[in-house]
Design a protein around this ligand. Structure first.
Ligand code: PLP
Length: 426
């Protein structure tokens, strides 16, 4: 190995190393409340940063287009077997590089360009890949949408059925990025069957809750279930597809060579590690704590006078209508960021404000729950959020909260190896 090859990151690339140190500090001393984020374990991190990144392994275990794949086969088989143990399902593909690619592959397996799909409107909580015009899904396919009801802000299955009957979609896709309630998987399957559509459910946000047994599973109902592996499931940043056996070949071909080349073997290895973690009894307790934390956080915010979309949560996230208090979601995101609390601005259903200055924020508990925070911390955080939003123009107040936030965060240690010192940035 040349000398250059054996340098540490700090020696080889101080600029990237410095950014990494800063990010390490940010993750340690802030409160990460982006609903789609989490902290992986040291073991997952080790696999994701491993020399499997060097390996090409186009094809599937036992049927590769490259030599030297015997160990790649082992980790891919482990990932598949463990995913099947967690979720059931007849066929598993662990190769999608991301949730978007999992969805692209699922669609391509059962649709031709120009075919019609029916998904949840983005502005009502859906995902870009469920038919938005700027995504491949809206460019390749004819898209139609269902929404949430105005009165309950929960999925309008009657509208879904009416649109399905009228538009005859080939695929009906469920799942969301900003929806805090349970889905009626059986009803969706009934609607899909009625119009001869394939029912796909994208469980990206809730996969960890399903794995932990605190949320019903779409797998027995949907012909295809897609997911990311990095949200509540707490694995590396990637995707996964579960399907019925009759679609197995179409799915596998659709992922490779349809959408991707070589799988990211290091990430497949990290998925195997994360799936083993999700099979452990502690993961059930973790998933239950995520939901309990979200409920308590929601109650705290309601007590402080905030309106929650749909009135509450059944899962890991809350959609908070901050505009009811005259605050734009973008201003709320900024103020909370100054206070060391990371959330994202989000449209709410029937939003009268534009997407970049929407009426809501989305707040989630998976990452903080990984750090070991429980109900008591959620109550404190709810009061910090309320105070930071109230005093959003007062930088001194926000800095003071940031100091308190860092102090609490430091009581819930994250990675032991962090290099950067703990700095309370009040
Ligand atoms: N599906 C849903 C419901 C999501 O929320 C997301 C990401 O936020 C995705 C798919 C896309 O995942 P990725 O960012 O890995 O492409």
């Amino acid at each position: 190995m040349t000398d250059r090859m054996s340098l540490t990151l700090a020696q080889a690339d101080p600029e990237v190393a410095a950014a990494l140190d800063q990010e390490t500090l940010r993750q340690h001393e802030g409160l990460e409340m982006i609903a789609s984020e989490n902290f992986v374990s040291e073991a997952v991190l080790e696999a994701a940063g491993s020399i499997f990144t060097n390996k090409y392994a186009e094809g599937y275990p036992g049927r590769r287009y490259y030599g030297g794949c015997e160990y790649a086969d082992i980790v891919e088989n482990l990932a598949r077997d463990r995913a099947r143990q967690i979720f059931g399902g007849e066929h598993i593909n662990v190769q999608p590089h991301s949730g978007s690619q999992a969805n692209a592959s699922a669609f391509a397996a059962v649709l031709q360009p120009g075919d019609t799909i029916l998904g949840l409107d983005l502005s009502h909580g859906g995902h870009l890949t469920h038919g938005h015009r700027l995504s491949f899904s809206g460019k390749l396919y004819r898209t139609t949408f269902y929404h949430v009801r105005r009165d309950t802000e929960t999925i309008d299955y009657d509208e879904m059925e009416a649109v399905a009957i009228q538009e005859k979609p080939k695929v009906i896709i469920g799942g969301a990025s900003a929806y805090s309630r349970l889905w009626d998987f059986a009803r969706m399957r009934q609607i899909a069957d009625k119009v001869g559509a394939v029912y796909i459910f994208d469980m990206a946000h809730i996969a960890g809750l399903v794995a932990g047994g605190v949320h019903p599973s779409p797998v027995p109902h949907a012909q295809i279930t897609t997911t990311t592996t990095h949200k509540t499931l707490r694995g590396p940043r990637a995707g996964l597809i579960i399907s019925t056996q009759d679609l197995a070949t179409a799915i596998d071909k659709s992922v490779f060579p349809g959408q991707q080349g070589g799988p990211l073997v290091h990430i497949v290895a990290a998925k195997a590690v994360a799936f083993a973690e999700a099979l452990r009894p502690e993961f059930r307790a973790y998933a239950a704590q995520i939901v309990s934390n979200a409920k308590v956080l929601g109650e705290g915010l309601q007590a402080a006078g905030f309106r929650l979309v749909s009135g509450g949560t059944d899962n890991h996230l809350l959609l908070v209508d901050v505009f009811e208090k005259g605050i734009l979601g973008s201003d709320a995101e900024l103020a909370l960021g100054k206070a060391g609390i990371t959330v994202n601005k989000n449209s709410i259903p029937w939003d009268t404000n534009p997407p970049l200055k929407p009426s809501g924020i989305r707040v989630g508990t998976p990452a903080l729950t990984t750090r070991g925070m429980k109900e008591a911390e959620m109550r404190t955080i709810a009061s910090w959020i309320a105070e930071a939003l109230e005093r959003r123009g007062d930088d001194a107040a926000l800095a003071r909260i940031r100091g308190e936030v860092a102090e609490m965060a430091n009581q819930f240690p994250l990675y032991a190896w962090r290099r950067a010192p703990v700095a309370v940035t009040a």
